[in-house]
Design a protein around this ligand. Sequence first.
Ligand code: GMT
Length: 372
Amino acid sequence: MRIGIVCYPTFGGSGVLATELGKALANKNHQVHFITYQQPVRLNEFNANIFYHEVRVPTYPLFDYPPYETALASTMVDVIANNDLDLLHVHYAIPHASAAYMAKKILEKQGKYIPVITTLHGTDITLVGKDKTYAPVVTFSINESDAITAVSHNLRTETFRSFKIEKEIDVIQNFVDVNRFRKKPIDAFRRVIAPEGERILLHASNFRKVKRVADVVKIFARVNKEIPSKLLLVGDGPERPYAESLCRELNVMEHTRFVGKQEQMEDILAISDLFLLTSEYESFGLAALEAMAAGIPIISTNAGGLPEVNISGNTGYMSEVGDVEDMSKNALSILRDNNTLLKFRQNATTQAMKFDIGTIVPQYEALYNRFL
Ligand code: GMT
């Protein structure tokens, strides 16, 4: 098949998922055309079946807001027509679904039919999408998609609750390549972070408000009082300055490292002992799934689709949003002795296997086949 993939190229979960999907499809001999405004961060290897088309948005003194969506729709038309694509798969509704609708209509006039599949990822529905500034366009363009998928059962429910959706939404959950994340720790790296063999706690996100990164720091401060430990914070975003000042206020800065945006998550995960995900909402929690694939237990909230991923008392624990006390207690209960940690580690890997790339990617292929 010749497939167009449109996504955000940044470190966000939707872009990561879309890029990993494209890579997996290319490995299965499909021809994959990425259409984005920048090289996606996970698109870091050469594959003869992968093509990359950059959306250029010319500036003009008249524009306070350069019309990105128009440039995107025009690029879609160009790529689809010139490469005779079979279908277009857009990730994150805004503005990809509406740009895809525009491209589809233009191509229809030229006698080319292109099915559009829209995958909903989370904040495109739960936060940004339902804002009335965007809602009418989001509702319309989701309904105009030939197929709609959501990355969790929870997100499917939320979408029906928030929008007047006239079609079925298929749930195809996030996936992970378990083999890739099953890596041996690099001892020298672990010694740099935790020279005395301290436990390593990890959080990775884009530091937006929805992630409640302050709760991560508060949990760590409590854990650190009881057991020797270090905190690794991966990623960057608007809440980072606040997280830093909280680390100083709670006297844990010397045990905390902000390592910024990282591409080699496998190496970081391989040296970590516990993953903290304190989000107010997570449609699925791809970062947690990748951690579990690396055999790391999860301390998370029970928000959104997280209960579909993290099994409380088995792969980690879940608490109410903001219940820092409970999350700290649970973290300590896992980290205190090696046998407990090992048991949770094994359970995490077993659970991650359910979402292995080999199980989930064929679900997308089956969906595509419905349109050929
Ligand atoms: O929240 C993020 O880190 C980014 C966001 C996105 O859309 O780029 O991630 C969402 O999509 C991921 C992949 O499907 C999900 O695993 C995340 O749970 C979801 N984030 C939220 O719902 C907040």
